[in-house]
Design a protein around this ligand. Sequence first.
Ligand code: NOJ
Length: 515
Amino acid sequence: MAKWLDTAIFYEIYPQSFQDSNGDGIGDFQGIIRRLDYIRDLGCNAIWMNPCFESSFHDAGYDVTDYYQAAPRYGTNEDLKQLFDEVHRRGMHILLDLVPGHTSVESPWFKASCSLEENEYSNRYIWTNDMMWAKEKIPGINNWLFGISDRASAVAVNCFSTQPALNYGFGTVTAPWQFSADSEEAQKGRLILQDIMSFWLDLGCDGFRVDMAASLVKADPDHHYTKLLWQKVRAFLDEKYPEAALVSEWGDPKEALEAGFHMDFLLHNGPTHYMDLFRETPYFSKKGDGDISEFVKAYLEHYNRTNGKGLCCIPSSNHDMKRMHHLLDEEEMKIAFAFLLTMPGCPFIYYGDEIGMRYMDGMPSKEGGYDRTGSRTPMQWDHSANAGFSSAAPANLYLPIDPNENRPTVEKQLADPDSLLNLIKALIRLRSEHPALLSGSDIRFLYAEPHAFPFVYERLHETETLTIILNPSANEASCPLETNPGEVIFSYSGDAKWETGTLTVPKCSFTICRR
Ligand code: NOJ
């Protein structure tokens, strides 16, 4: 079942900012096709592409108006099919971004649903029978819209006010207008979702990253009914599309995997302590004031409950958070990537993080990006106009290119043997050559003490044990380590040394040993 996930290393593409092929200033499918060899040569063999369906773009595509149609600014459904084919021709896989919880307010479904006249869309969204409900707080409902249609009622909002919630029912029903999660109406929602999935899987995509996957059933605080819903979707996929992968934006791997997802992300919000790694007070900083122990504690809790069932995935960053380079410099990022690429679960590299693209502070909001906009600027390819992203006039670009003349580019970094990009390539190669580094191989943490360095763990396979020794701090660090970790197979900035039960690790370095 989706065996390809065992060795997958993902690259996240924000389609509007990756590569423009027709000079309109916005990235597109043909542009992505042109850059597939780059992604393959980096060592990534799987792609997650952010939403690409027809949309009103009040939230960069997370506000769909037609689930069956590619957004014209990216190309046609035929172009998208060509992208799937080109991805497969290179032995790679691609996930589309599926937004099941809400559409755009401009969706024809929602417009029909606003009508006073009863029609097939009347209950596709969560409408109350009385505007008074617009003041109520119900778990899973972010807000209400009212006074926007002839219906004298309020409609539930899933995230932004432009995103009315689709109706998958309620866990606990407390009012006559609420459908129960097992009602026919709620099941219809799921069947439509399955139909959308079939449409794209038939065209050749390999699965979905599912937006706000935990949000579907309302008044379902422990997600019992939401999990039941996804278990049905997973059973449907296993039967009809056994190779399809389901990756959730849930932020709680143990719950998400119970729901039937193959993998879940560690997120910037939620209980996983992901933010302790590269953001807030980052552990992977020379300052040495971060703490890895809470992350490890939370990780183990999820890992132990999911091991063997699915994977927790650690992203370098994504389109919703400040880039890794915001608080980490290039040297620190090298050690952060050594961690990311030696952990269990599929690594996810956000486009541009591999060359250390900047988070552009103070960028005016674009398409509902707000402070996320600074992480969504065009990919920096080379020294040509617009850094090789587009032939459009600079004023017509989707977002401006980083104006810093020393901005990193793929071209510069490929030419520099010591670049972040070349180090990441080497680490990915190492990962693919060592079974102990496979996503499903076990992990044992050896040293992860509160506010201490280094950070040491083992990856285990019946044929080998690799020890990963990371010291992001600006001081040499040492720790007790009972067993000699063996021969050094990869190191950066000096080798860690083991002597009679003590490991001594140079500052700002990492070492990978094998025994
Ligand atoms: C999570 C997505 O990653 C984010 O970009 C979007 O704004 C919300 N879900 C709403 O769909």
